[in-house]
Design a protein around this ligand. Structure first.
Ligand SMILES: Cc1cc2nc3c(=O)[nH]c(=O)nc-3n(C[C@H](O)[C@H](O)[C@H](O)COP(=O)(O)OP(=O)(O)OC[C@H]3O[C@@H](n4cnc5c(N)ncnc54)[C@H](O)[C@@H]3O)c2cc1C
Length: 418
């Protein structure tokens, strides 16, 4: 008998397994996961009384039915709705996010510079050729060079002129001159896609527990990575067995899937960054009234810091600190942790607090580099794989920028159309 084989027990793989079983009760579904536990990037670490995700994971559901479906599978879980407090640390001052809508909070001379550059931004007849050019053309040199370029280059670890115009999709907070000026009115409040967010008190892994809840025991096989896919024999190969498949739904990174299937592809177009995340627990409280902060200063090791203790309202500072790097970078973790602590002191985030617990994880890939070439090759490869009954989904299967809600919506739609 042939099975539906799912590769990866992250949000996408587990989402698909649920939606498929809902439509085909009794159908055989096998979820293969190479790690020792399910969850992918949506995992949580509990250590010394601190609750940390693999990286700050907060949720903004647009589809109420999807959120209700998840919450129905999380009985007793305290899910908080939090009004977001996020800032940009710019030259020692905390500017509200997004930067482009709050230039009036900058020192006067820099505000004028951003405003003048915004007004006289270069226009052109042809559409912008890259993400970097799009920023100059829409927001001017002042806003771009003070925040958008340095911050995003620290995060993506690539020159923004190499990225596609739409590299951040709906996650980029667009603003035109009218929005920016309207927001200067006293009392104006900038709107954004994530003005509030939700977070389960038990961490992001609670969503994974919700997705595991209705799957029959034995559906998910951890510590069992797929090592090859034989398209001719229609078998998935792992170190333990060969499984005959009807269809495969894979959330493994797209170039890795193409390799497993032996499908020729242009591996050179699939570049990405990696992110080293430090989770740091301290003996006492630090700054209040902030959930996360962005750091464009290239002299600082990190690009973003978040405060879990201000979400949980707990009395010990609990931080995540994110560092972006090229995919070939190697990390001296102990030296970097010391540097992070020194940088946190420089920014007065750590003052007299003592570090009492720490953890780190490397997300690789973390942010994929969306370029014209990657978009074209992704479309071509996914179609070639789908023709063989292999469906590449999720953040890395789709080689894209997305949220866990997008992963669930995508796999729900796939289960409906297959
Ligand atoms: C720094 C960062 C911050 C983020 N913040 C948020 C946020 O705040 N809110 C939000 O909604 N989203 C956020 N996201 C996005 C979110 O993490 C992803 O959308 C989601 O976790 C992707 O799930 P996935 O199942 O598609 O992929 P993954 O989580 O990568 O799961 C894929 C799984 O496949 C497994 N796998 C790979 N190859 C094989 C193989 N050969 N055999 C078997 N198993 C294999 C992997 O081990 C993994 O478990 C963030 C992402 C990053 C990187």
């Amino acid at each position: 008998m042939s099975a539906t084989v799912v590769i990866g027990a992250g949000v996408s793989g587990l989402g698909f397994a649920n939606w498929w079983r809902e439509r085909h009760p009794g159908a055989e579904v096998v979820v293969l996961e190479r790690e020792a536990e399910a969850g992918g990037y949506c995992r949580t670490v509990v250590q010394d009384g601190f609750i940390w995700d693999y990286s700050g994971h907060f949720f903004h559901f647009k589809d109420p039915s999807l959120e209700a479906w998840l919450r129905a599978r999380m009985p007793g879980q305290d899910i908080r709705t939090i009004e977001k407090l996020s800032f940009i640390r710019y030259a020692g001052k905390d500017i509200d996010f997004p930067f482009q809508k709050h230039i009036h909070q900058l020192p006067h001379a820099e505000f004028l510079e951003c405003l003048v550059e915004l007004y006289f931004r270069p226009t052109g007849d042809a559409p912008p050729a890259s993400f970097g050019e799009m920023l100059y053309r829409r927001l001017g040199k002042g806003i771009t060079d003070k925040f958008l370029r340095p911050y995003n280059e620290k995060l993506y670890a690539i020159d923004l002129d190499k990225l596609d115009v739409d590299a951040m999709g709906r996650f980029f907070p667009h603003a035109d001159i009218a929005d920016i000026i309207a927001n200067m009115r006293p009392g104006a409040k900038a709107t954004s896609y994530n003005a509030t967010f939700t977070y389960p008190a038990g961490g992001a892994i609670q969503y994974i527990h919700a997705l595991l809840r209705d799957l029959p025991p034995g559906t998910v096989a951890c510590d069992e990575g797929v090592t090859a896919i034989d398209l001719r024999a229609r078998e998935v190969v792992t170190p333990r067995r060969r499984i005959a498949f009807d269809r495969i739904v894979s959330s493994a990174p797209l170039p890795a899937l193409a390799k497993l299937c032996g499908i020729p592809h242009d591996a050179g177009v699939f570049s990405s960054n990696k992110v080293l995340v430090f989770n740091l627990g301290f003996d006492r409280k630090g700054m209040r009234d902030v959930h996360w902060m962005y750091f464009p200063d290239r002299a600082l090791s990190f690009y973003r810091v978040g405060w879990y203790d201000n979400i949980f309202a707990s009395d010990r500072m609990s931080l995540y600190v994110e560092i972006g790097a090229t995919s070939d970078a190697t990390f001296d973790v102990a030296a970097l942790r010391d540097r992070v602590l020194a940088d946190l002191r420089r920014e007065r985030i750590v003052t007299d607090q003592r570090l009492v617990s720490h953890h780190h994880v490397v997300l690789d890939p973390a942010y994929v580099h969306i370029t014209r070439a990657s978009l074209a090759e992704t479309t071509r490869l996914r179609a070639a794989l789908a023709a063989e009954g292999v469906h590449s989904v999720g953040r890395y299967g789709g080689w894209t920028y997305c949220s866990i809600e997008d992963n669930l919506l995508e796999t729900r739609a796939l289960a409906q159309t297959l």
